[in-house]
Design a protein around this ligand. Structure first.
Ligand SMILES: [Cu+2]
Length: 185
């Protein structure tokens, strides 16, 4: 018969408390540091949603009122001061096609004329609800290097009735222009 292996003497309450404290500090401080890193990265991006991307002031800006109807999208163009933009023939609205200059920051004010819709341009990362009686703001820009004439597809992503499947629009890239005449392609 062999003697049992000698076991370590049990920790005193004071030793146990000291060790617990060390691990408590470790698993408190590491998450705090991680949360601060995530917050530091994401906070400016959150503000960008409201103010536009950093350095956008050097680009021309345009506002587009986007209104969803059963079952089409209507676009109404203005400059940053509310002046209507036209193609020279007095046209300030377009249906089904949104003309966007290459270098513009496009601010969209999205609403609906009837039921709830949702304006979605998957390739540009745009998705925002169109709700009657409410205006939702968002912005997007055309990625650098995109050729004139490139088209992006927009579509309604909120089921809104029989014609929902065909409630699309094209975003067409026009030459960069400080004149902000988005329809004169
Ligand atoms: Cu719809």
């Amino acid at each position: 018969m062999t003697a049992p292996a000698p076991s370590r003497p049990p920790l005193t309450p004071r030793e146990r408390a000291r060790r617990n404290k060390r691990i408590e500090w470790i698993w408190t401080l590491i998450p705090i540091v991680l949360v601060m890193i995530v917050a530091g990265i994401s906070t400016p991006l959150l503000f960008n949603l409201d103010t536009g991307p950093a350095g956008f002031g050097s680009n021309p800006n345009m506002n587009v009122d986007v209104t969803g109807y059963q079952w089409f999208w209507e676009f109404h163009y203005t400059d940053p001061f509310g002046k209507e933009l036209t193609n020279g023939t007095g046209q300030v609205f377009s249906n089904g096609t949104l003309w966007v200059p290459q270098n513009a920051i496009v601010w969209i004010n999205v609403t609906s004329g009837d039921v709830v819709h949702s304006f979605n341009i998957p390739q540009l990362g745009v998705r925002i609800d169109a709700i009657p009686g409410r205006i939702n703001h968002y912005w997007f820009s055309i990625p650098a290097g995109t050729a004139v004439g490139t088209q992006f597809l927009a579509q309604c992503t909120e089921f809104c009735g029989a014609g929902h499947y065909d409630m699309r629009a094209e975003i067409v890239v026009t030459p960069a222009s400080p004149l902000l005449h988005p329809m004169s392609i």
